[in-house]
Design a protein around this ligand. Structure first.
Ligand SMILES: Cc1ncc(COP(=O)(O)O)c(C=O)c1O
Length: 448
């Protein structure tokens, strides 16, 4: 048995991978990756894999970016970690200054954590405690959008609407209000307008019970890369203000240029009361999350110790200097090299090429894009938008086939998408489209 087989064999015997039926791993074992560079991952036996999903949306500037790697190494030799309760350090102060310069105006205080789900948990707790402390004690529920996803911890699952992830745990969950969000694939045309009316009705009926509404601004990622208009977000923001409900923007997947602006909220020109950030913040190097809040929210927690208003919430790795050094480096590169502006130029080219390449295919029901994120819906029937039976696991087959061809494409069901690093070249994007076209048409031929 060679080293590669050893690695896989041991993995399959002892390791429980995320979001997987581990039985599948017996027939389709994990891919042993030993190195990364730019948009590519390399396996032990020298195969290169083009990582078109930024290894699940966090790798922002390519794997093993020299500048970020150097910043991390330097930091590891200076200070790796220090308790964040009652201590501070130059890297977290530097990062906070940078965040202040890029977040929507009005977000002024930042609470650090170490992963997306726990930042959502933190935001929910802050919103709840805020309402209690300003005397709105009847506000105990949360509203969220259909097909929303906010993470895997119980609170985050409770404000998610995807049965796939949360059905099993329903008995453990909070009783939240799920508002139907626009689905411009299934219901184009005047649908956002109808959804606004629906949201308004929900707020009229339940507005006084709500502490907060949580949304993924503009892009509902795990729910199938659904994109809704900025006007809908602006409408929800105004609705929240009118009813004294806090707005939590979950920018975990959308922040740091993914949608063509620093944050998706910027498209709508809004400042949420709370904003969750994670994933791309460290360029995919270190786990980190941040909840940004306004003065209004922060001030409700200030008082004498005896008043018991403090937010008693902590995570061991809060403000971790290694993560801060990476995040500082990421923001420095984004600003200095005008990465978001350049990504917008590439995005224009990509969305045109992507649509030209795929939209006319018999089984492509829709293509859409935001920033460098490009999406296509695979359907059995283009007119009715009927899907292939889920038992066929078409998306999973395409995933396996693409991997064999050297592309890490990870469909969500039968929704195929690219979400590459912002500095990816047109050559690599062309290669990704070529491989996608090849495996898609091959698999669709097999279906007919
Ligand atoms: C919008 C959104 N919120 C929250 C999360 C959860 O983040 P994490 O996986 O770091 O817990 C994700 C992860 O994909 C996400 O896309």
């Amino acid at each position: 048995m060679n080293a590669k087989d050893n690695l896989i064999d041991f993995d399959v015997k002892h390791i429980w991978h995320p979001a997987a039926q581990m039985k599948d791993y017996e027939s389709f074992p994990p891919v042993p990756v030993v190195r990364g560079k730019g948009c590519y991952l390399f396996t032990e036996d020298g195969h290169e894999i083009l990582d078109i999903i930024s290894s699940w949306w966090c790798n922002l500037l390519g794997h093993c970016n020299e500048e970020i790697s150097d910043a991390l190494c330097k930091q590891a030799k200076t200070l790796e970690h220090v308790i964040f309760a009652n201590f501070t350090h130059p890297w977290v102060v530097g990062l906070t200054k940078e965040l202040l310069s890029i977040v929507p105006k009005g977000i002024t205080h930042f609470n650090y954590g170490d992963n997306g789900s726990s930042s959502v948990e933190m935001a929910l707790k802050i919103a709840f405690q805020y309402q209690q402390q300003i005397g709105q004690t009847k506000r105990r529920r949360f509203a969220c959008l259909s097909e929303g996803y906010h993470g895997e911890t119980i609170g985050a699952l409770s404000v998610g609407s995807m049965d796939l992830y949360n059905l099993m745990y329903k008995p453990m969950m909070m009783d939240n209000i799920h508002i139907e969000a626009p689905d411009l694939f299934l219901h184009p045309g005047d649908y956002p307008q109808k959804c606004m009316e629906r949201a308004e009705k929900v707020f009229e009926e339940h507005g006084s019970e709500l502490c907060a509404l949580i949304v993924e601004p503009l892009l509902q990622g795990a729910g199938g890369m659904r994109i809704y208009p900025a006007e809908y977000l602006k409408f929800l923001s105004d609705l929240c203000k009118k009813h004294g409900v806090l707005l939590i923007a979950d920018e975990i997947a959308t922040g740091f240029g993914r949608t063509g602006k620093w944050f998706a909220c910027d498209h709508a020109g809004i400042t949420p009361d709370l904003m969750c950030m994670s994933k791309a913040i460290t360029g995919g190097y270190m786990p980190m999350s941040v909840v940004g809040v306004t003065d209004q929210v922060y001030d409700a927690f200030l008082g004498e110790y005896s008043e018991g208003k403090a937010f008693l919430h902590s995570h061991t790795y809060a403000g971790n200097p290694l993560a801060c050094a990476c995040a500082l480096s990421v923001i420095r590169i984004l600003k200095r090299d005008h990465i978001i502006e350049k990504a917008c130029e590439t995005a224009q080219w990509l969305s045109t090429s992507f649509a030209q390449r795929f939209s006319s295919l018999k089984n492509v029901g829709q293509v859409r894009s935001i920033g460098l994120i490009n999406v296509m819906e695979i359907v059995k029937d283009k007119t009715t938008k009927e899907r292939f039976p889920s038992s066929l696991r078409l998306g999973y087959r395409i995933y396996q086939d693409a991997l064999k061809e050297g592309l890490l494409l990870r469909p969500i069901g039968d929704t195929l998408y690219f979400n590459p690093p912002l500095n990816i070249s047109k050559e690599d994007l062309t290669k990704a489209m070529d491989i996608t076209y090849k495996v898609l048409t091959r698999n669709l031929e097999n279906m007919s």
